[in-house]
Design a binder for this molecule. Structure first.
Ligand code: PEP
Ligand code: MG
Length: 759
């Protein structure tokens, strides 16, 4: 094996090539060559696992006969390669032929090779294929060889998974057409429609493919964009002429030459004539050049790759000036797809046309997810493997319950989802009839239901007769929409609207809960571990000037209404509560001095940091009510980032540990004679809501669209049965057992239609 630096260099290079390649076949071919060279061995091959065939197919090789590619197929567990895949472990053999699993394929010419080292390629527990090196003479591959190949395979895994998902690499048996992508379910529901890709400005990798309606126009605007870029570069060179060395200045000449060369614009024009719009054609050509230059072993040329990419971006940004990144007209069933979707983008699509949302980044608690849930728009975020450029205009089915997107769905799948949508519609019409009826069980227990708000779209008047109040008004949401901290008057207006709109019902207003993933554009917080960092009360206690303005605005807004409840988020220590209460009292005194007499509102704390579970007695001495934030309590108790799609399967509010904590909390609150509500997503899950009711929670607060199903579930059971179910569930050891048992009971009670569809 070569030195450590060269190993790193080879790794870096291979990953870069495979990543950047539009044509993965070419990249794989370079990859096996590079590995063979680095390990100074005779053969390097890549076998891809085909799920449908349950076999490994030779996809690329250097050393074996190329005719064997695509023809050598090893069922899982068969041959040495099949054994590596089945065991998901490396296999290192000096004398491969004497191994009982050795199988000889005439087509490969493999008989010549004695030694064998194979390692599996595994991505998120899924085996994707096997990397193999072989040697003619007997060789015992050493630890370092093995470590190199294992590292290479681990690095390749993500790239391969992405390539498979995007269709850049097709599994041999996979029919073209339908593709499925997974993400984090962020807002429930199912939608079918046409993908509308929103392009972030000047990103060569996410320009969608579009067929131009007018070639001449595309060519003209390309020329104009190139001319503008040349002017820009000339101006920049002039500005910098006195400040940089002549050598550096020469770079601008190189740029001018590149842009001036007929070659670039001619090539792009050719692509336009072949049926690409100008931005797509430019992106294609630039990518091709960059890839070529990066592959060459020459520092000077690799540098030029960066130049070309930079120039490409500049030209693209001019092209995008006149072609807005959001379309002017939307199809009737638009499923908005983007790298990152902002709330502002949402606002641009007419509500009746917006059927679903998908993005590569984001999480179930990101701002856009909160808005989407409040608006009832099915949403899946964190779809890391999405091939953005090739999605525009494609027919898609979005499953917001399971977090899936189907692109170009088959007729079968379309029918299945059409039926599901029809069932959901019938169900919601059916449930609508009982929305004004009380949320009372069949044995007369009343379970107050409240809503989570924070948005203008919340339909106050319609909701008012159906709820017991607002259980959580997230004040950070209006803060996110402004361009600076809103002033006292501005805040007062917003809060008054809420308080008045829902009066005389109680409105629980939470003080600013920023940090974590909820940044304000004008108050960015950069931290390595934002969820464990400066968040919620920690920020506002450090900035009493911000908290004071907010508290004063809330208090003033409540004048004469007396339905304000104040809630402090992210409490870790009792001292934080003392400090916050001091500020609240100061605000009341100040207002009194200004002639506005306000009674101290009821105050509560959020129970979302596990420490507070053990401080209920101390907290109860200071506050009037508790509100459990199960979203955060889940992430902190299970140590699972609520936004990380990689670990989202571990994030489970019905984990036995959580259920234990919730039961304790509710018993403690009762002992301490304090109301306790829950305002996380768990409250909006009909099965979860029944368990919380059985535990003794005094109110459940949820997004408005969850109300009908939760109410229906409560109205169809007795408290007695719910308590029996809880007792059974509390004996379960694992999250899977909890879910299975809940599903079983829901089936028996004929409530399964209220739960999200299962696989
Ligand atoms: C929670 O953590 O459960 C909660 C309701 O607050 P947020 O989702 O805004 O953090
Ligand atoms: Mg929270």
């Amino acid at each position: 094996m070569k030195s450590k630096t060269s190993m790193l260099e080879v790794l870096r290079r291979v990953i870069q090539e495979v990543n950047g390649a539009r044509n993965l076949d070419a990249a794989l071919s370079t990859m096996v060559r590079r590995i063979r060279k680095a390990m100074q061995t005779d053969v390097c091959s890549f076998y891809l696992y085909d799920k449908t065939l349950e076999s490994l197919v030779l996809m690329e090789t250097i050393g074996l006969r190329t005719q064997a590619v695509g023809h050598v197929v090893l069922p899982l567990g068969e041959g040495l390669v099949g054994l590596v895949a089945k065991r998901s472990e490396p296999l290192n053999l000096e004398d491969a032929r004497s191994h009982p699993h050795f199988r000889y394929f005439e087509a490969t010419g493999e008989e010549r090779y004695s030694s064998f080292l194979g390692v599996p390629i595994i991505h998120q527990r899924q085996m994707l294929g096997v990397l193999v090196v072989q040697q003619a003479e007997k060789r015992s591959y050493d630890d370092e060889d093995e470590a190199f190949l294992v590292t290479m395979a681990a690095q390749l895994a993500g790239v391969l998974a992405h390539a498979l998902a995007t269709g850049n690499l097709t599994r041999p048996a996979l029919p073209g057409g339908q593709a499925m992508f997974k993400g984090v379910a962020a807002s429930p529901g199912v939608a079918m429609g046409e993908a509308v890709v929103i392009t972030p400005p000047a990103d060569l990798n996410s320009v969608p493919d579009l067929v131009p309606s007018n070639e001449a126009y595309e060519i003209a605007r390309l020329k104009e964009a190139i001319a503008k870029t040349r002017d820009e570069i000339r101006a920049a060179a002039e500005r910098l002429a006195s400040r940089i060395s002549s050598q550096e200045l020469a770079l601008f000449d190189v740029y001018q030459q590149m842009l001036g060369e007929a070659a670039l614009s001619e090539e792009v024009e050719k692509r336009i004539r072949e049926g690409q719009w100008a931005p797509g054609a430019l992106a294609d050509v630039v990518r091709r050049h960059v890839q070529y230059l990066e592959r060459v072993d020459d520092d000077y040329l690799s540098e030029r790759a960066a130049d070309i990419r930079d120039l490409g971006r500049r030209v693209l940004s001019h092209l995008q000036e006149d072609a807005p990144s959001t379309p002017e007209t939307y199809p009737d069933n638009a499923i908005l797809v983007g790298d990152e979707i902002s709330v502002a983008m949402l606002g641009e699509v007419p509500r009746d046309k917006l059927k679903g949302l998908v993005s590569v980044h984001g999480s179930s608690t990101s701002h856009v997810a909160i808005v989407a849930r409040a608006m009832g728009i099915p949403t899946v975020l964190g779809m890391m493997d999405l091939p953005l450029p090739r999605l525009n205009g494609a027919p898609v089915v979005l499953d917001g319950h399971r977090g899936r997107l189907f692109v170009r769905p088959t007729a079968d799948l379309t029918l299945r989802y059409e039926n599901l949508i029809a069932e959901e519609k019938v169900l919601s019409e059916l449930l609508e009839h009982e929305q004004d009826l009380p949320s009372t069980t069949q044995d007369g227990h009343e379970m107050p239901l409240m809503v989570n708000t924070g948005l203008a779209v919340d339909a106050t008047t319609l909701l008012k007769s159906r709820i017991a109040g607002v259980g959580l008004y997230r004040t950070e949401v209006p803060f996110m929409i402004t361009e600076r901290f809103p002033g006292e008057k501005e805040q007062m207006r917003m809060y008054r609207e809420q308080l008045e709109g829902f009066a005389p019902l109680p409105v629980v207003m939470r003080t600013l809960d920023i940090g974590g993933d909820k940044d304000l554009p004008y108050f960015p917080i950069e931290e390595a571990n934002p969820f464990l960092g400066w968040r919620g009360m920690r920020v506002t206690l450090d900035h009493p000037e911000v908290l004071m303005v907010q508290l004063r605005a809330m208090l003033k807004a409540s004048h004469g209404l007396n339905n304000l409840y104040v809630l402090f988020p992210m409490i870790t220590n009792v001292e934080e509560v003392d400090e916050a209460l001091k500020l609240l009292d100061r605000a009341i005194i100040e207002l009194g001095e200004e002639g506005i007499t306000i009674k101290r509102p009821k105050v509560g704390v959020m129970i979302e940091v596990p420490a507070t579970i053990y401080q209920m007695d101390a907290l109860a001495k200071r506050v009037d009510f508790f509100s459990v934030g199960s979203n955060d309590l889940t992430q902190y108790l299970l140590a699972v980032d609520r936004n990380n799609p990689r670990v989202s399967s571990l994030y489970d509010a019905l984990h036995p540990a959580l259920l234990g904590a919730l039961q304790e909390l509710s018993l403690d609150a009762r002992r301490l004679n304090k109301p306790i509500s829950l305002c996380g997503e768990l409250a909006g899950d009909p099965a979860g809501a029944l368990l919380l009711m059985a535990m003794g929670f005094t109110a459940l607060s949820m997004n408005a669209p969850s109300l009908p199903k939760v109410r229906a579930a409560i109205r169809r059971v007795t408290l007695h049965d719910a308590k029996a179910l809880l007792a059974e569930i509390m004996c379960m050891d694992t999250p899977t057992q909890v879910h299975e048992h809940l599903n079983k009971r829901m089936d028996e009670w004929q409530l399964s239609h209220l739960l999200p569809p299962r696989d």
